[in-house]
Write a protein that binds this ligand. Sequence first.
Ligand SMILES: C[S@@+](CC[C@H](N)C(=O)[O-])C[C@H]1O[C@@H](n2cnc3c(N)ncnc32)[C@H](O)[C@@H]1O
Length: 241
Amino acid sequence: MNCSASLAKKHIEKTLFGRRQCRGLTDLRSNALNDILPKISIGEDKLNLDSSTNPSEFFERKYSEHWLEIGFGHGEHLSALMRKNPDTAYIGAEAFINGMSALTLDIKDENLDNIRVIMDDGMIIAKSIKPNSLDGIYLLNPDPWHKKRHHKRRLINQQNLDIFAKILKKDAPLIMSTDVECLANWMVTHASNHPEFNWQAESKSDWQTPPDDWITTRYEVKGAKNAKKMVYLLFERKKND
Ligand SMILES: C[S@@+](CC[C@H](N)C(=O)[O-])C[C@H]1O[C@@H](n2cnc3c(N)ncnc32)[C@H](O)[C@@H]1O
């Protein structure tokens, strides 16, 4: 194992909390996973955790924009975007094999040019890519951990927001959603207090109503335990450095 791969492995071991579980994949899903994942996976050599990789290096051709979605679940949002915007490149991370197998089954008959993924902690990608290189980030219902003792595991925290601010271009959106009230408060407080982000909401309806063309996922329809209403949190990376 080379140095960067071993670094990435240490990071993974430290952060994944054993989330890479598999609950009885069907043959269909397991075949799609075996067939498609190798074609769309980002190579370990590009995941050096040293802010040096241009996201365009993940793709075979040039794209007008590069977007990242961390924790894509079954991938409905990512695959819908990929189909809708063939000239935009999408990078996705999902730690669970069940989610990744659902995405690969969904897109197995598509042209796979504009999507690249890792089945791991999305922060590995975020820490590997160059500053000012992303056109947007989606973090949709990312943190299923509501309890206080799980706060350290949350994807939205000051340290990760620093990294998101670094890799987003100026004015680029950070789009988050959650249906758990305490997480919504947590996300708003952390992102609003961050010096590099502006919250775009001007009134209650801005965060209670899905943005135009919002793609609804199965999770969003089904809702989480203790969930009330979905909130849509649109932040923007500030212009100034
Ligand atoms: C509640 S589900 C939501 C899925 C999807 N975003 C949606 O809204 O339908 C949260 C997903 O985020 C994934 N996840 C959470 N933190 C992650 C991380 N740091 N890297 C990769 N996946 C992550 C979990 O494995 C899980 O599948």
